[in-house]
Design a protein around this ligand. Structure first.
Ligand SMILES: [Zn+2]
Length: 325
């Protein structure tokens, strides 16, 4: 993952390092805002459905990143999808990163989830002001852009992470994740994501659901699902009305009998720490470190939670000592 990317800067190196060392987290920075997430399976074994209310999580993200409405919608949709994807991971050291790079004014949008759906995310440009789209809604596609890729990186505790990449279809994110599932994972899916932003830029409702056909799906399963979702209201409407993720699962698939697999209360959670940043700085190499030692101070900001780590020349010299040991 390091070597393939030619546009690396210090931030990227640190980000990637943080990803790789997530499992050695000492004191994760946990925000108390809590989401609700559930995973269910149909009793006929033909599909799974997971749903989440991520209102609090997206609100936290909007606060941290001070996003404009359309960026909150883009980041919130991606956080929701990534949290749902994360919740399906098996191992407690597993993580999933979803990056959308569409060339729009918002730049790169990225989210990372652990196996319990705890997420963190960032967006390159936090403030984008563009007109509403033709439907009178926040123009997420306009902010994200359509000229680029959805990249999914799954760290499953193996030697190499799994990396899947598919072209962006609409930039509305749900369709793009659907296309990723179809192409990269060969899994027919229905993805619905939504974020409703208040005039004061707080989040009124956010959430989503993902239906996935299992290999045991029968010929009529797709037809049944299509019939079910035809008249489904936007997921933000359901959450606004007070429906729980469990109720959403039953509401979305009335023709299926479903039962719960598991549930969780995911939060916006960052795993950064000073010791991880130190290790990341060391990994940049002696030349970089020697250069940093000549600076008045070196500051490293966490792009996920805005934590700021400051290193004096003496701090850097100690790192050089560690690096040359
Ligand atoms: Zn952080």
């Amino acid at each position: 993952m390091f070597a393939k990317n030619t546009e690396l800067n210090l931030f990227d190196i640190i980000l990637q390092f943080i990803e790789r060392t997530t499992k050695r987290a000492v004191s994760p920075c946990v925000f108390i805002a809590m989401g609700k997430l559930i995973r269910c399976i149909s009793t006929d074994g033909t599909l799974t459905i997971m749903a989440a209310d991520t209102t609090d999580i997206v609100n936290e993200a909007a606060n941290i990143h001070q996003t404009s409405a359309v960026v909150s919608a883009a980041l919130g949709r991606l956080l929701t999808a990534t949290s749902l994807m994360g919740s399906a991971l098996k191992g407690k050291d597993n993580s999933v990163t979803v990056k959308i790079n569409g060339g729009g004014p918002a730049g790169t949008v990225l989210a990372v989830s652990d196996f319990q759906g705890n997420v963190r995310g960032y967006v390159q440009q936090n403030v984008v002001e563009i007109p509403l789209n033709k439907k009178g809604k926040l123009d997420v596609s306009g902010a994200v852009g359509t000229d680029g890729f959805v990249t999914v990186i799954k760290d499953l505790g193996l030697k190499e992470p799994y990396i899947g990449q598919t072209p962006i279809i609409t930039g509305e994110i749900a369709e793009d994740i659907t296309a990723y599932f179809a192409t990269s994972e060969q899994t027919p899916s229905v993805v619905a994501l939504g974020v409703l932003v208040n005039p004061d830029l707080s989040i009124k409702a956010a959430g989503g659901f993902i239906i996935q056909l299992l290999p045991t799906a029968m010929e009529d399963t797709i037809e049944k699902v299509e019939r079910c979702i035809k008249s489904v209201e936007p997921v933000t409407k359901l959450i606004e009305r007070g429906m729980t993720p469990e109720e959403i699962c039953h509401y979305v698939l009335p023709e299926f009998e479903i039962e719960e697999l598991d549930s969780a209360n995911p939060v916006y959670k960052c795993y950064c720490s000073r010791s991880k940043v130190e290790s990341a700085l060391i990994s940049t190499g002696l030349a970089e470190l020697n250069d940093m030692a000549t600076q008045e101070k070196t500051e490293v900001g966490c792009q996920f939670c805005n934590a700021n780590y400051v290193f004096t020349p003496d701090d850097i010299k100690r790192l050089i000592k560690r690096a040359t040991k």
